[in-house]
Ligand binder design. Structure first.
Ligand SMILES: Cc1ncc(COP(=O)(O)O)c(C=O)c1O
Length: 412
């Protein structure tokens, strides 16, 4: 008899607080595997992405601009799907810029961040008319030179490396010495030198961190970012069009982690919008998010190939692992490895459970998907589904390692 227990219930055994939306039964995993044509594969649930954005729009201030950072998941069909649901895209390479432009998003709402932009990236960005998030004084000169060459006025926003950090963040990207942005104390002089004939000044980009689940830390860094932008704006010869205060909204991955409460953040954003209205009239306030929009909507599915017992421990050896999903293996920024939430896709309910290690086929002990996790009884041919896999999965993994085939991707 087909088991209709939602996967979600299994996930909850491992991650009690997870707010996962997809209600699928075991049969759907098999069906997706047939659609994908091969296992392993990633599946992204468009209705979950849509629900997330509808919820954000309902709770965050209407005047707030929400941008999607394509690096979280650059699948072209997914970016296309998002193009009429977000207000802009942030890209970090020419390829991402092409994906953003192909989706139909206007270049007016595409920004290009990242240190070390190549000459080709700069020229292509000027030609396309996107906004550069300028990461150094040298880069600014190159952008201006490319603009003169093309007889186009480039659009520039200064990415500021603030003095403050986003506290309790999975990844710090501002504060102290950093390769990102221009140190805040150097920005006034740069702004005084920026000739309106050379470039159209858009404003500031202040991105200080990622994967944060503490509302108060996000609120504090957003407040400081707006204060800093208002202060720096005094030195510019052109008025500010937009202030991008980054994002950093995290999602729960591990037991004990709770979903972010948007309400206090929304309240603070209301105040910031009022402050902006007063001090930078007409300027947009932008937040830029990746994983919060797509992370919980993605699933990575692989198959158990072998099962063996080594000195009393059960090992489920799958055809998926670190090469497809580096983050789930714990090698993408985790200091102490923790298990991503994981379920057995085709045995969503079972009386018998085992404590198992789920590993991949690679020749490294780092190739782990779960350590000592209680799962329904499993055997070769069963599907392992890793939840919370919609961001920094496929595109942030070393597919070339050991030359196994890359996983398929489905937007369903
Ligand atoms: C400039 C910039 N914007 C946006 C993001 C997206 O962060 P997240 O996916 O955590 O929202 C990052 C992540 O590193 C980033 O560097």
């Amino acid at each position: 008899m087909e088991d209709k227990t939602p996967l979600k219930h299994q996930a909850l055994k491992h991650l009690k607080t997870i707010d996962n939306h997809l209600e699928i039964d075991g049969n759907i995993v098999k069906n997706l595997a047939i659609q994908a044509g091969s296992v392993p594969f990633y599946a992204y649930d468009r209705s979950a992405i849509e629900r997330r954005l509808v919820d954000m729009r309902a709770r965050l201030p209407e005047q707030l601009f929400i941008h999607y950072a394509i690096k979280a998941n650059p699948m072209p069909a997914l970016v296309q799907f998002l193009s009429d649901k977000v207000d802009g895209f942030d890209v970090a390479s020419v390829k991402e810029m092409e994906i953003a432009l192909d989706s139909g998003m206007s270049s007016d709402f595409i920004s290009f961040a990242g240190p070390g932009k190549t000459q080709h990236e700069i020229e292509a960005g000027v030609a396309a008319g996107i906004t550069f998030h300028v990461e150094s004084e040298t880069e600014l000169k190159r952008i201006i030179a490319a603009g003169k060459e093309q007889e186009e006025k480039p659009k520039v926003a200064i990415r500021v490396n603030p003095e403050f950090e986003l506290k309790s963040s999975g990844m710090q990207m501002g504060g102290g010495p950093k390769q990102f942005g221009i140190d805040a104390e150097k920005v006034p002089a740069l702004l005084r030198m920026l000739d309106p004939e050379d470039a159209e000044f858009i404003g500031f980009h202040i991105f200080s961190g990622s994967q944060n689940l503490k509302e108060e830390a996000i609120i504090e860094s957003q407040q400081k970012a707006v204060d800093l932008a208002i202060d720096l704006a005094r030195h510019a010869k052109q008025s500010v069009v937009a202030v991008n205060i980054g994002g950093g909204f995290g999602i729960p991955y591990f037991p004990g982690e709770k979903s972010l409460d948007l309400d206090p953040i929304a309240k603070n954003l209301e105040n910031l919008l009022e402050q902006m209205d007063e001090c930078l009239p007409g300027a947009q306030l932008i937040i830029e998010l990746g994983r919060y929009i797509v992370g919980e909507a993605g699933y990575y599915v692989c198959e158990v190939i072998d099962k063996k017992v080594s000195r009393g421990e059960i090992f489920l050896i799958t055809n998926g692992g670190l090469h497809h999903h580096l983050a789930a293996s714990g090698n993408f920024g985790q200091v102490i490895r923790k298990n991503y939430p994981l379920v057995v896709g085709n045995r969503v309910y079972s009386e018998i459970t085992d404590v198992v290690n789920v590993v991949g086929p690679l020749c490294t002990p780092l190739d782990i998907l779960a350590t000592k996790m209680e799962l329904p009884y499993c055997e070769p041919g069963d599907y392992i589904v890793v939840l919370q896999s919609g961001a920094y999965g496929y595109s942030a993994s070393p597919h070339g390692f050991l030359s196994h085939p890359a996983p398929a991707e489905l937007l369903v």
